[in-house]
Design a protein around this ligand. Structure first.
Ligand code: AMP
Length: 221
């Protein structure tokens, strides 16, 4: 198992836990608009690697297309490299990592980083399926849309950057169901792990995004 022991940065970390579609990325992006937080999404890093056709991207794609998790060794190595490039004393919102107890343990073993909070975004699966299968994203800037609730003003074109609005290949219904299955199989272990360390807080995210944002700001004050 790879560990972070040789990382050379000192960063505070808030981990966002929760099912795909529970709004982790949206909330992390909102928080990172203030200079207080840096948003790191492992899903975004992997999607960029796929776009650029790197060896990491080629490896990750085979798992992501099926809704499966990329192996722990790859993800731990990736996050270690990413964290080591940050400036000391930054407050990182980690969105999408850890997804397994092995990843949480690796993060914990890094003496140069400190997980301060693990925030669990809670919402029922039926709402997640609607959110994910209806979700569309801008290929260029990542801005999320929804086919029912937040359509782009011009069909298929991003309101912000005029990029192409697409459906992520892992947002098709069969893949979404597999991603949720995997989430539930791993989540209990992570919840127990962070509960035991007295770091877990649960947030009901079946409410408007700005209400969730207020709760987060209060928790992270
Ligand atoms: P996300 O955008 O966070 O929903 O991630 C999209 C996909 O990237 C996941 O379904 C996994 O295939 C892969 N992925 C992202 N983060 C991780 C991780 N920490 N461990 C394993 N696979 C990951």
């Amino acid at each position: 198992m790879r560990s972070f022991a040789d990382a050379e940065v000192s960063v505070r970390i808030t981990v966002f836990l929760g099912a795909p579609g529970s709004g982790k990325g949206t909330q992390a992006k909102l928080l990172s608009q203030s200079d207080r937080f840096v948003h790191l999404s492992t899903g975004d890093i992997l999607r960029n690697a796929i776009k650029e056709g790197t060896p990491l991207g080629r490896e990750a794609k085979t798992f992501m297309d099926k809704g499966e998790l990329v192996p722990d060794a790859t993800m731990i190595g990736l996050i270690k490299d990413t964290l080591s490039k940050l400036k000391p004393d930054q407050h990182v919102i980690l969105d999408g990592f850890p997804r397994t107890v092995a990843q949480a343990e690796a993060l914990n073993s890094n003496t140069a980083t400190q997980v301060e909070h693990a925030l669990l975004f809670e919402i029922v699966d039926s709402l997640l399926i609607d959110r994910l299968t209806g979700r569309r994203v801008c290929k260029q800037c990542g801005q999320p849309f929804h086919m029912k609730h937040i359509r782009p003003k011009k069909e298929g074109i991003c309101d912000l950057c005029n990029g192409e609005v697409i459906q992520r290949s892992d947002d098709h219904e069969d893949v979404v169901k597999r991603r949720l299955e995997i989430f539930h199989s791993q989540n209990k272990g992570l919840v127990d792990y962070y509960s035991d360390k007295h770091k877990l807080k649960r947030i009901n995210v079946d409410q408007p995004a700005d209400s969730v944002q207020k709760i987060l700001m209060e928790l992270l004050k």
